[in-house]
Write a protein of this length. Structure first.
Length: 340
């Protein structure tokens, strides 16, 4: 089976804590974050253990490998970037807030050590459209560098908080040394989601080559009767009936041969603190069905376990062997290290 025939399931995790979310920004100030009861370590460990517990059919496992985490005494060897981690479990991309990497670096290193991809979710979950250009570029470059310093390996991808992307921000992402972005959510009834122009850009599977050095991997939604049905994950994964959601994902696979899904660690945590004073609609979107999400995630993976469960970088490499994204990542990483 070649890349054009294979089906790919891309699980992505927006690694942020319950008090980072935009819906609670007016009630939980940044200055109080260090005093909140963090649940991120417990929830990420639950996700990692879930992924490790699912064994995929041998014929359908990923064939592209993963980068080896390193330390200062063992730099990445660009000629030996593929490891032998058991690939019969799903490989996942974690978009990590640098706030988390600064306080829980061992969690981020464990994500990488267990065979998953670490990408950037920015520093402090700020809406990028509210930033002045110099601050935006600092946010993009600083978050990538801090994550690379934490795990000792290159960071290729970026996702904007709350999918707050536009064409100008996307250009800044490209200029900041990333190889792909995954910030575009085509559901247009959410006020914070941004818009970018994808028409006319060459496609590589579900990816769009928006610049010579940057691909866009959009969230997977379903176009139905002229409307966009949000089937990429998040609250929609929790609120839609499971059978309906599963059927929609099957339709997406028939259209694209690939499906990109997102989830947050706090979505599997029904015991997280409740935020006093939150509006009813924010409570509905944040707290509904939390007790069922963990089991649902396992069910959706097992439903499609015949697919290739790969990271975003692995997916791009699988679509075009000549792209050699892993090699380009290492070359860029070495260059930045020499500049430092």
């Amino acid at each position: 089976m070649n890349a054009t025939d294979a089906k790919y399931f891309l699980i992505t995790v927006d690694a942020e804590d319950w008090f980072h979310v935009e819906n609670f920004k007016s009630l939980i100030s940044f200055e109080t974050w260090d005093h909140q009861k963090s649940r991120i370590e417990r929830n990420i460990h639950r996700l990692l253990d879930l992924f490790d517990s699912i064994e995929l059919p041998p014929a359908k496992r990923s064939t592209t490998g993963a980068l080896k985490p390193t330390n200062a005494n063992n730099p990445i060897d660009a000629t030996n970037t593929i490891n032998t981690i058991n690939d019969r479990t799903p490989r996942v991309t974690f978009f990590v807030l640098c706030w988390i990497a600064e306080r829980f670096p061992h969690i981020v290193r464990e994500i990488a050590a267990r065979g998953h991809e670490v990408a950037s979710h920015g520093c402090y979950h700020e809406l990028l459209k509210n930033m002045l250009p110099p601050l935006l570029r600092a946010e993009l470059s600083d978050s990538r560098k801090r994550l690379e310093d934490t795990i000792g390996m290159p960071v290729a991808g970026f996702r904007a908080p709350s999918f707050s992307i536009n064409d100008e921000i996307l250009e800044a992402v490209a200029e900041s040394g990333y190889f792909y972005d995954s910030s575009y959510n085509s559901f247009n009834l959410h006020g914070r989601y941004g818009k970018i122009a994808l028409n006319g850009h060459p496609q590589l599977g579900i990816a769009h080559r928006v610049f010579d050095n940057l691909y866009e991997l959009p969230i997977s939604n379903l176009n139905l009767l002229g409307s966009v049905l949000p089937l990429g994950g998040g609250a929609y994964f929790r609120l839609f009936p499971f059978r309906f959601f599963r059927l929609g994902v099957k339709w997406i696979f028939k259209r694209d041969n690939a499906y990109l899904f997102y989830i947050h660690p706090w979505e599997i945590d029904p015991e997280q603190p409740r935020v006093a004073g939150a509006s009813w609609n924010h409570k509905l979107r944040h707290y509904s069905m939390l007790s069922k999400t963990y089991d649902r995630l396992g069910r959706i993976i097992n439903t499609f376990k015949h697919c290739n469960f790969t990271t975003c970088s692995q997916y791009l490499d699988a679509q075009d062997p000549d792209l050699s994204l892993l090699g380009a990542m290492c070359t860029s990483y070495y260059r930045r290290k020499l500049e430092d």
